[in-house]
Design a protein around this ligand. Sequence first.
Ligand SMILES: C[S@@+](CC[C@H](N)C(=O)[O-])C[C@H]1O[C@@H](n2cnc3c(N)ncnc32)[C@H](O)[C@@H]1O
Length: 309
Amino acid sequence: MTAEVSPTQVSLEDLLRDAVVRLRDAGVPSARVDAEILLAHVLGESRGRAAALALAGRRADPETAERLRSLVDERARRVPLQHLTGLAPFRGLELRIGPGAFIPRPETEQVAQAALDHLQCVRVSRPRVIDLGTGSGALAAAIAAEHPAAEVHAVELSEQAAAWARVNLEPHGVTLHRQDLREVPAEWEAAFDVVVSNPPYIPPGMVPTEAEVREHDPELALYGGGPDGLQVPWAVVDSAAALLSAGGWMIMEHAEVQAATIAARLAEDPRFAQVRTHQDLTGRDRATSAVRTDTAARPSPFDAIDMGE
Ligand SMILES: C[S@@+](CC[C@H](N)C(=O)[O-])C[C@H]1O[C@@H](n2cnc3c(N)ncnc32)[C@H](O)[C@@H]1O
């Protein structure tokens, strides 16, 4: 017995083909993938199953077809895919995301990996970790999910971003603090074992070319301030120096062109040692880590005393 086909129904295959053409014409770089993800989203299926249903000749009712066309129109206007589905994958997680929060990037997954690798070596039963400028909560949520022994905190200034972070962090027991990462409360001093951060670091003249980034990621998340974009990253370094206990470890993401400057400055900074540059999966220098030294920046009371002979 064959299923009855209403004349108003459209084949998923045709819908998918039209979507790919529309997105390609609009210059969307991953037109096929995006079309499949949007089809999966409207069908409430996985991407693989949505593509399989299209291949198998399935048809869609007019409402579903209209919903897909309208999402494809938005994507063609370069609204980020993650804003249309409301989801952003990050390591094993699916984070809730929308306007007002930075969309997590694949290279930041490597920063999380480095932090998780470091946590394996920390000899503290409940290490305290803090994520400065958490955005949607990506780094903090991934670390809490993958290293459940850690006590994870996250700091975010933007109320809009914090609203998304709250949703993503709550299931993982992360404590969110809505405050400026440049201000370290006295009770937090030397209270953390690990500081992670993907701060804003783009210099003012380097406006991103992709419309998705330029028009949809918040300015507070993109531009680091100062002529080289490093004002907020340097503030992260200063806050990390205050937050970390002796032997504590920090890692910060940055642009490839900033790697040498950051490594050189940290190498000269008596508050840090064991400076290391980390590469992303394409081999670019995209993060720097360092270990908080013991007393170098905290003057010893004996420094001022002439011990004589
Ligand atoms: C590049 S985004 C990264 C977000 C998230 N860590 C990620 O990797 O997806 C930088 C984040 O830092 C936040 N931010 C910028 N300046 C800040 C400040 N002074 N204090 C706290 N958060 C800040 C921004 O709102 C934004 O959410």
